[in-house]
Design a protein around this ligand. Structure first.
Ligand SMILES: [Zn+2]
Length: 106
């Protein structure tokens, strides 16, 4: 009676595999596609959008004193004209957080 048990186990395994395949098709593949899109967006932002678009610079202000910020010559940060805080630019994305900012000497 070992053989029928095995075939039952095999049938169950096949049903389970069918369920898993459907699950993969419905959940995992969109997730993978989502990751690919995310990677494309990141590479687009980091490779194509450095320096930061002017439209974005125009609306960015210092979160502490609400004064406009200017992009540093080397593109590494955004400097507030009023309080001299320099907000870092990481992977082409400005980090407008006071705790991440450094104070420029002059
Ligand atoms: Zn400021």
């Amino acid at each position: 009676m070992v053989k029928p048990n095995r075939s039952l186990a095999t049938q169950r395994a096949l049903v389970l595999r069918g369920c898993l395949d459907r699950l993969v098709a419905r959940v995992a593949r969109p997730l993978i596609q989502c990751q690919i899109v995310q990677q494309q967006v990141i590479s687009f932002v980091t490779e194509t959008h450095v320096p930061i678009p002017k439209e974005l610079l125009d609306i960015l202000v210092c979160p502490v004193c609400k004064a406009p910020v200017k992009l540093l010559a080397d593109g590494s940060g955004l400097k507030c004209g009023a309080c001299r805080r320099v907000y870092p630019v990481r992977d082409g994305i400005p980090v407008m957080l006071p705790e991440e900012a450094t104070i420029a000497p002059e």
